[in-house]
Design a protein around this ligand. Structure first.
Ligand code: COA
Length: 330
């Protein structure tokens, strides 16, 4: 039986570090409030003129090198982002051209924070069926120029940052890799974490009224997101474990979407596992939406926290609402 394993990972963060104190200088917030509510101490912002694909390229180069796979060998590009370079075409196409991939499929997926896991699930199906041998999955975001950095936007702006992560999935016959993936959505919560502008319902998709009303900013009902996230994370992690008859005590590491440190702490409590079982780097990068899982996974690999044979759970929750998990035997 062919299965898909992660043959290489990579990540890239833009150089500019933005501390909580820097945000406190431009909006009514404080290091104390942000640290206590989210665990975030700093995040990265792309330089002016640095786009989503610019961040993705070094992450992808690293992942290809680690996998010892060339651009010519990749059979499909899956690009997860909620902040693409342009409204159209997708960032996957731009990456195809920029890095000289073959004239292969390039697919953008827009399921926000769950994007990398949805991408992993698609890649897994292509490899499992023997259709493709190597698939690239990328999560990359430039959110810093899409946030309301005024007092009105402070509840969301302090949370998000920019970054990119990538993984190469490759075929193997040893039973290594993705054991199962589990995807969910519940659109009734669409407006609890959303951007209401550039809408098909508007007379003109891009219009001054939307901008004047601030509908182009990401809006979040933080309490509703929190309440749902702390239920869905444990639920979908348990679903992945049950599908493979694996007990949580056998899991080496859970790599959750880095939404908020308090969410991860509450998830650990509900799963009755030590907080350390859930990987965290949110204090350094904030929430980079589709990029958090591949960045965290790549860092965990480099830190030696994941080794061949380990059971690893990846899990995400975010706008949509969407949520997902994958169980991997590394
Ligand atoms: N700095 C200082 N004060 C802020 C602030 C900021 N950045 N943002 C909001 N506040 C204020 C609010 O205006 C409110 O003031 P009030 O009491 O005078 O009305 C007060 O802090 C408390 O706000 P509240 O919304 O009750 O805080 P909270 O405890 O729910 O924390 C979040 C807010 C956003 C941190 C929290 O709801 C959360 O973590 N939600 C999940 C968000 C998330 O993970 N999103 C990513 C999903 S992928």
């Amino acid at each position: 039986m062919t299965s898909a394993y992660i043959s290489g990972t990579g990540f890239y963060l833009p150089e500019r570090v933005v501390t909580n104190d820097e945000l406190a200088a431009i909006m009514d917030t404080s290091d104390e409030w942000i640290t206590a509510r989210t665990g975030i101490k700093e995040r990265r912002y792309a330089a002016p003129g640095q786009g989503t694909v610019d961040l993705a390229v070094p992450a992808v180069e690293q992942a290809l090198e680690a996998a010892e796979v060339t651009v010519e060998q990749i059979g499909l590009i899956i690009f997860a982002t909620s902040t693409p370079d342009y409204y159209a075409p997708g960032s996957g196409c731009l990456l195809q051209d920029r890095m000289g991939f073959g004239e292969i499929g390039a697919l953008d997926i827009r399921v926000q924070c769950s994007g990398f896991l949805y991408g992993l699930s698609i890649a897994d199906q292509y490899i499992r069926t023997g259709t493709l041998e190597h698939v690239l999955v990328v999560g990359a975001e430039v959110q810093s120029n899409a946030m309301d950095l005024s007092d009105e936007g402070r509840d969301t702006a302090v949370i998000f940052g920019d970054g990119a992560g990538a993984a190469v999935l490759s075929a193997n016959e040893q039973g290594r890799g993705v054991l199962s993936t589990h995807l969910h959505s519940q659109g009734k919560y669409a407006q609890e974490l959303w951007i209401g502008a550039a809408s098909s319902y508007a007379k003109q998709r891009f219009n001054k009224e939307d901008i004047d009303a601030g509908r182009h900013w990401l809006k979040m009902n933080g309490k509703e997101v929190f309440k749902n996230a702390v239920v869905r994370f444990p639920e979908v992690i348990r679903e992945a474990l049950a599908a493979n008859e694996i007990d949580i005590s056998q899991v080496k590491l859970i790599v959750p979407h880095q939404a908020n440190l308090r969410i991860s702490q509450e998830v650990a409590r509900r799963l009755k596992v030590p907080e350390e079982l859930l990987y965290s780097n949110i204090e350094r990068y904030g929430n980079t939406t589709a990029a958090t899982v591949p960045i965290a996974m790549a860092e965990a690999v480099r830190e030696g926290k994941i080794a061949p044979g380990d059971y690893v759970v990846l899990a995400a929750f975010g706008s949509g609402f969407t949520w997902a998990a994958a169980l991997l035997k590394w």
